[in-house]
Design a protein around this ligand. Structure first.
Ligand SMILES: [Cu+2]
Length: 256
């Protein structure tokens, strides 16, 4: 597994001058914002609770605050804490935080869903076909491969479908995941900032070979990609790239 996580750095032009955020970066920022806000709210709530637990702890007397504190009864809004203002304040702050998070997250996920709109973008649109048990990648010129070879720092758009049963195409390193459903096409996109080899997995239990339904993503420099792609013109068939094992039916009957 580790070999998929070690990128080899190659210098190249930045992705559209930094205009395009990769889905992986979007998910990363959503995670960070939720982590920071959640930790912040947690610290405030726990500190406030502990402070009051210590301040108003039982001291052996029956109720030392019986005279100074009005205890609320069931069904009644607490009148202590500045006449219930605290309750409305905390509800209000919570509502503002939650509504803002929902709005912001929705906008972020819509961006990932729609994909970036870039003028003059080199069209790298690849059809992904899932089958029991492997993946075929079809390039615009008809070239088919068992390995997804893409240039780094480019928008790669995928049209994902299936030849037989429901599959789910996923590249964990790039936070890409799309249903592969026969007769339907699901769109997905990603950008890969670093060259290297990454792993494709199927994320929908699709039969005995489900767990073997992997493929490799080879991210190469833009120059290498153009040179390679020019050599694939009108050539059809799975190239001998050593990844053909993914298409073989497993003999072990391994549980998925
Ligand atoms: Cu599958």
């Amino acid at each position: 597994m580790a070999r998929y996580l070690v990128p080899r750095h190659t210098p190249g032009p930045p992705l559209h001058g930094g205009d395009v955020r990769a889905p992986a970066a979007v998910f990363e920022s959503i995670f960070e914002v939720f982590l920071v806000l959640g930790a912040l709210v947690g610290v405030v709530v726990v500190t406030y609770t502990l402070y009051h637990a210590v301040t108003y702890r039982a001291t052996g007397e029956s109720d030392p605050y019986a005279d100074s504190v009005a205890r609320p009864v069931l069904g009644e809004l607490p009148s202590g804490g500045a006449g219930g203002r605290k309750v409305f304040l905390s509800l209000g702050i919570s509502a503002v935080i939650v509504v803002s998070l929902i709005g912001w997250t929705y906008a972020e996920l819509s961006y990932v869903d729609d994909g970036p709109d870039i003028e003059g973008e080199e069209d790298i649109r690849i059809t992904v076909e899932g089958y029991q048990f492997g993946w075929t990648f079809v390039y615009p010129n008809g070239y088919e491969s068992a390995t997804l070879r893409v240039p780094r720092n480019r928008i790669v758009r995928l049209d994902v479908t299936s030849r037989d049963v429901f599959h789910n195409f996923g590249i964990p390193a790039f936070r890409v995941k799309a249903d592969a459903i026969p007769g339907q096409t699901t769109s997905a996109w990603f950008t890969a900032p670093e060259t290297g080899t990454y792993e494709v997995q199927c994320y929908e239990l699709c039969g005995t070979g489900h767990s073997l339904m992997t493929a490799e993503v080879e991210v190469v420099s833009q120059g290498d990609y153009r040179a390679w792609y020019a050599g694939t013109d009108n050539e059809t068939g799975t190239p001998n790239d050593g990844n053909a094992t993914a298409s073989q039916t497993p003999t072990g009957g391994e549980p998925a």
